[in-house]
Design a protein around this ligand. Sequence first.
Ligand code: SF4
Length: 610
Amino acid sequence: MEVIKNITNRTSLLNVLWDIQKKRRYISSEDMVKIAKEFKMSKMEVEGIVSFYHFFHQSDVGKYTVYLNNSIISKITNYKEIKNAFEHEVGVKFGHITTDKMFGLFETSCIGLSDQETAALINYRAFTKLTPEKVKTIIYQLKAGVSIDEIATIPDDNIQYTPNEDKTIFFKKFKPYLSLKKLANNSPENLIELVKNAKLSGRGGAFFPTGLKWELCKIQKETQKYIICNADEGEPGTFKDRVLMNKLPGLLIEGMLIAGYAVGASKGFIYLRAEYSYLKDTLEQTIAEYKKQSWLGKNIKAQKSFDFEIEIFIGAGAYVCGEETALINSMEGKRGEPTTKEYFPVEKGYLGKPTVVNNVETLCAVPRILEMGVDKYLSIGTKLTPGTKLMSVSGDCKKPGIYEIEWGMKLKDFIKLIEAENPYYILYNGFSGECLSEADLDREISGENLLADHIQFEFNDPVEYARKMRGVGLRSGGSFMVFNKDRDLLQILKNISDFFVEESCGVCVPCRTGNFLLNKKINKIINRHADYNDLVQVKEWSNIIKQSSRCGLGKTSTNCLLTAMLKFPSEFEKGLLAESDFNHSFNIQNATIEYDKIINEIESTYGQSN
Ligand code: SF4
């Protein structure tokens, strides 16, 4: 194919695959042979990459490819109705394409629209708050030849709450270039000190100190360095970065520029998840405007000796690419598998060069710190987590959407703010987070008095847990999913487990096999076929997966399960064998009690037969 001619740089591989996928609607065996030749790889290696990413296919996915979100918030909304509506209107089941190859129906995990479920992507445009009638209209229009661009819109930002004007950080009025003008009076060292003093830490959920990360990159001797904005917001229930990129793209560009200037990088990338490709135009237009105004490119306005370019890289559907080494592998045209931590990206990152990978929210906080000054920033929030936090809220509440809250807000006050409806359990920080219950209501959303992760998971007694955790902060990555008592906790945990089975990259056995086996155990509990030994094994195996997995996906994949078992033991006990009539462990004596009784009665009535 034309598109793969004369390309030898492996970093362009995913773009080439995307071009073929979009043009032909699948990547054929012949394409892979040609790609292998051009990129000097084996065909098997190309196939390994194609099969790694959800959005690359090896057979036709139809002119209009529907990806329906099957994540838990969609499931508790009207997922089944919408699924049926698509199947009815299109005439095929999910997992298939129509005979005329016009429509293909597929499922996918969270697409960053939990505040507007049930949602689907059609050719990577978002369709939200679907109803059967809406589905009917969409399919009718597409069949009638209406262009998808005419019927798709950028999803609502849905900002529900910001603190008063004096305390808002992200969503206050944005004046383009204001923070960049301050580069004229600040050395890179000053900027790193400023970010350190502001105690900014990674808002993607890892909370690594941002200033320290920048410093570790700056001290590297290499002249070529990179800034990567991690916009692969794949944690189910999280959608704050989507809103930041749509509403404040300039703020993100300025954060990347400042980071580049601080560490000595001349090139930045935005790794945008494919599910957000509808934001690409907005970001590109903003980049073009900053270039036009000479704030990007060669010799930028406030620092004539500083050059900085930004490029957008589209992912291809893999949750694990949110992990920074996996993301870098993906950009280098490889399977997006996390690497061992022989080197940190700040030492050897993208193409072996020092690289800072920062989340969208982290980078957006930087220009605001410059604009308002560190003292003002430190006056908001708590001592260890100053500033505000963006929360993505979904589930059983009256006001799903984005909340900018001051760090330090009590959980019970937050629940009031979002107008949660009879909250019973809360998934805090997405599927890799934890389950919160009534016992956590007095805790505050902050990074104060944290306990080491392993200590938190050592509790067995819910009352003891509640007493010990009272003053322990709840550090938040930003996802907040609320469920009321009518929801089935075990089904929610099964949905989470299905997700991790699907998303494990498979490199380490505990994560790959362990999550698969846990999934079977959860099924067993749901089917009332489990006994206490199963619960003990679930705990033991969960801890093994936590301790022996290579990356954050495996290490956190059982958090929700373990915390749910601690806080909602009765939900699991309901699923035990003792409560069901399932004959789990066959015992010949127990099995023949009734039979023996009848035989004894016959014998006592009629005498023993010979
Ligand atoms: Fe892959 Fe899981 Fe191992 Fe991470 S923990 S590297 S996702 S197998």
